[in-house]
Design a protein around this ligand. Structure first.
Ligand code: LMR
Length: 398
């Protein structure tokens, strides 16, 4: 039965974890996957999460099936966070939100729903984008093409190219946009650039799908979510996937969401009914624990304040690591202008290193990053910084 099954390639990001775990090098450093580690190299358990779990343990509940769309209090907490608690669109009940298995789960539910809605559509992702965007939308049955994004020569965004591609796209084309902390480049659009994107999306009848996996890691929760307000103000229908993997350090709980902004409450009710079919026929209904934790934190003022503080702590430490990396690279003799490392936002730095250089980093120095040149700055710490910088400097020297 399986004789003809071909060996699939490793996942470009999670496959690196497998390689990293198998590497006996005692000084190996994992800058591959987008995971935040503290300055001791440990995955944090946020205090707000521990407090919510203690609260939940004090009043344990039986574990029945959740509704197909998840915990109602969780879905509304997500809506408050993403759209603003006083948002008109929420008052008008124009948003359908479902709990999902991480941000990836939100993308997948949205992709499957879109395929039913508009089977002939093309999906546009940024060039480059998170590796799984292409795979996920391809597997959902869409042709996936790209719009220009990264401008290697100027270490920034090829904005004219991006706008040009969006302008040239057929009506109904699904455009996947990174709401903040672009993965992998770390370069985000300015509010003025977003305004132009929103205008084109509206004028050309495109379908925006915002992937918001890193809210709070760029400039702040509100700042990173500001683009949502621009799409709302334009009166557009659009999709937003949310992830709490990073912002709550709840990676293994697979806690995320999909929100679909519709033109009316009636439409939102119908869309929700379709999303529920997608969920039911994939995994029936979501798990309880992670969403219960997030709902508890977001709806308890003291815990929410603590979360915002802890998230700010992660954000600030990442920025410090960016500065420190630049200083160490300079100390290691690199004379290039490295200010882009500081300008980039979120967990990643798009280093500009080639796949070959990234492979050398791995095999010669035990420093694991993605072949695209992406390194996770959120995994740097005061101990691994010097050896990592020395390794990067060595491969840059050739
Ligand atoms: C990443 O880009 O490293 C993260 O989003 C983790 C993942 O699922 O790939």
């Amino acid at each position: 039965l399986f004789a003809a099954v071909a060996m699939a390639p490793r996942d470009p990001i999670l496959g690196l974890n497998e390689q990293f775990n198998a590497d006996p090098n005692p000084s190996k450093v994992n800058l591959g996957v987008g995971v935040y580690y503290d300055d001791n190299g440990k995955l944090p358990l946020l205090a707000c999460v521990a407090a919510a779990e203690a609260q939940m343990q004090a009043a344990p509940k039986p574990r029945g099936y959740l509704p197909i769309d998840g915990i109602a209090a969780y879905d509304s907490a997500v809506q408050g966070l993403v759209f603003g608690a006083d948002s008109e669109v929420l008052k008008a009940k124009r948003v359908a939100t479902v709990q999902a298995l991480g941000g990836t789960g939100g993308l997948k539910i949205g992709a499957d729903f879109l395929k039913r809605l508009n089977p002939g559509a093309t999906v546009l992702i940024s060039d480059p984008s998170w590796e799984n965007h292409r795979a996920l939308f391809t597997n959902a049955g869409f042709p996936v093409e790209t719009y220009p994004y990264y401008d290697a020569a100027n270490r920034g965004i090829h904005f004219d190219g991006m706008l040009g591609a969006l302008n040239a796209a057929a009506a109904g084309t699904v455009v996947v946009l990174h709401a903040c902390c672009h993965n992998p480049t770390g370069y985000d659009l300015t509010p003025a650039q977003w305004a132009q994107v929103v205008e084109v999306v509206k004028a050309k009848g495109l379908v925006a799908f915002l992937d918001m996996a890193y809210q709070g890691f760029g400039e702040g929760i509100a700042e990173d979510g500001a683009v949502i307000q621009q799409f709302l103000a334009a009166g557009l229908d659009f999709f937003v996937s949310t992830s709490f993997s990073k912002s709550f350090s709840l990676y293994g709980e697979r806690v995320g969401a999909l929100s679909v902004v519709c033109a009316s409450a009636e439409e939102a009710t119908k869309v929700l009914s379709q999303l529920k079919i997608v969920i039911r026929t994939n995994y029936s209904n979501p798990p309880t624990h992670g969403a219960q934790v997030v709902a508890t934190v977001l709806s308890t003022p003291a815990l929410r304040a603590q979360w915002e503080e802890e998230l700010a702590g992660m954000r600030v430490r990442i920025k410090q690591m960016r500065e420190a990396l630049v200083a160490e690279l300079k100390a290691a003799g690199i004379t290039d202008d490295l200010s882009y490392v500081i300008r980039q936002k979120g967990m990643f730095s798009y280093s500009g290193l080639s796949a070959e250089q990234m492979q050398r980093l791995r095999t010669e120095f035990g420093v694991y990053g993605v072949d695209s040149g992406r390194i996770c700055v959120a995994a740097l710490n005061s101990k691994n910084l010097k050896p990592v910088a020395a390794a990067i400097a060595a491969v840059k020297r050739g």
